[in-house]
Write a protein that binds this ligand. Structure first.
Ligand SMILES: *Cc1c(COP(=O)(O)O)cnc(C)c1O
Length: 398
């Protein structure tokens, strides 16, 4: 099988260490490969397939939209942008949105907002606070903001204008910025996804909000992975009762159709003026329809509550099955973003789980990541536990 799939892609750049399977179709949280083998999808396209595969209400809506209009241009008004912007900003208690296509683009836009916000105030060399273990994307700017040297190495020179601090340490943030008039913003993931599913503590988020207010810095939250209902609230930071100045979204926003967004309010929402920023594809009618329908269906089907309930059930199941197994450091997560941290690198589990019929990923070398569709049922969560437990036990006993 490996040879067959590799031989099938000799013209695709070799940028991914791929699992040697090729998927052909899906239904809910199940997918089938080209040989007809079935898998339970614990990865959801990396937190993208919010509604699962072939959702019976999303698919006809997108089909209808494709037949009407796929793309026009931002030369013209796109009514779907106003509609999606209204839905998102209402849920975020913010005011304005800019639409792009991916997470890195959303973060690139946030970085531009922060820099121009500073320049407009007379700060010539604005600096943005970022974090150890952060992941913000793979463009030159977002890669510079990213904490993992493996992502950055070989692509220098990196950009100036970033200060890096440890997560969850307010004194470290105060020290690193003490007396520095060039700081304009703090950029962080409320739950670090690629960095190993590490949450920022509620008190820390509140402390940073206060510090930003006291200094006139923008609090910019990267909710590309943890946002859009995954934690059981619309946005992960809402567990801390704060509102950011800028928030970036992508992954789950269009249930598989590429959609990225930057939300802003207050001064941050007025920084970009005509000509300052744009995107050819961003905010096209198909993408906007995908975002609008995703939110509508999430609400009609109570998927925030489902993510909270089934996520808690899945976490409890994993804790019970694996929590006391030697070699399992921690089961953690909120809603349907769950990590099982082992005491050793466990990348081999990706292929082994696929062989056993379960799709998952491993981040930060030793954290098994589960980010399935928010439609997951308790019975399906139990299946994930039943499939994963013997694999982890056997691996740790080797
Ligand atoms: C995936 C991710 C990104 C990058 O998104 P792309 O769509 O791959 O560019 C940025 N930030 C976070 C937190 C992510 O999880």
């Amino acid at each position: 099988m490996t040879a067959l799939i590799e031989a099938a892609s000799p013209h695709v750049m070799n940028t991914y260490g791929r699992v040697p399977i090729a998927l052909e179709r899906g239904q809910g949280v199940r997918v089938w490969d080209v040989n007809g083998k079935q898998y339970l999808d614990g990865l959801g396209g990396i937190a993208v397939n919010t509604l699962g595969h072939n959702h019976p209400r999303l698919v006809p809506a997108l089909q209808e939209q494709i037949a009407k209009l796929i793309h026009t241009s931002n030369y013209y008004h796109v009514p779907g942008q106003e509609e999606l912007a209204r839905l998102l900003t209402g849920r975020a208690r913010m005011t304005n949105a800019f639409f792009c296509n991916t997470g890195l683009e959303a973060n690139e836009c946030a970085i531009k907002i922060a820099r121009k916000y500073g320049v407009d105030k007379g700060i010539e060399k604005p600096e943005i606070v970022v974090y150890d273990h952060a992941f913000h994307g793979r463009s030159i700017a977002t890669m510079t903001a990213t904490g993992n040297p493996k992502v950055r190495n070989g692509f220098g020179p990196l950009l100036e204008g970033f200060i890096r601090v440890a997560p969850n340490d307010i004194e470290a943030l105060q020290e690193a910025t003490e007396g520095n008039p060039n700081v304009v913003a703090v950029l962080m993931e409320p739950i670090q996804g690629e960095g190993g599913l590490h949450p920022m503590r509620v008190e820390y988020l509140q402390q940073v909000r206060k510090l930003c207010d006291a200094n006139g810095w923008l609090l910019m939250l990267d909710e590309v992975q943890a946002g859009m209902g995954r934690t059981g609230k619309w946005f992960a930071h809402q567990w801390a009762g704060i509102v950011p100045d800028v928030m970036t979204l992508a992954k789950g926003l269009g249930s598989g159709v590429p959609v990225g967004a930057v939300l802003a309010h207050g001064a941050a929402s007025e920084v970009l003026k005509p000509g300052n920023h744009g995107s050819t594809f961003g905010g096209n009618p198909l993408a906007m329809r995908a975002g609008v329908e995703t939110i509508r269906i999430m609400e009609e089907e109570g998927l925030l509550q489902n993510a909270a309930d089934v996520g808690a059930h899945l976490k409890a199941g994993l804790q019970q099955a694996l929590g006391s197994v030697p070699g399992v450091n921690e089961v953690r997560g909120q809603g349907l973003i769950i990590g099982v941290e082992l005491d050793r690198p466990c990348g081999v589990l990706i292929d082994r789980a696929a062989q056993a019929g379960l799709l998952l990923s491993v981040t930060a070398d030793r954290v098994i990541r589960l980010v399935p569709a928010l439609t997951l049922t308790r019975a399906e969560a139990d299946e994930i536990v039943a499939l994963l437990t013997p694999l982890v036990q056997a691996f740790l006993a080797e």
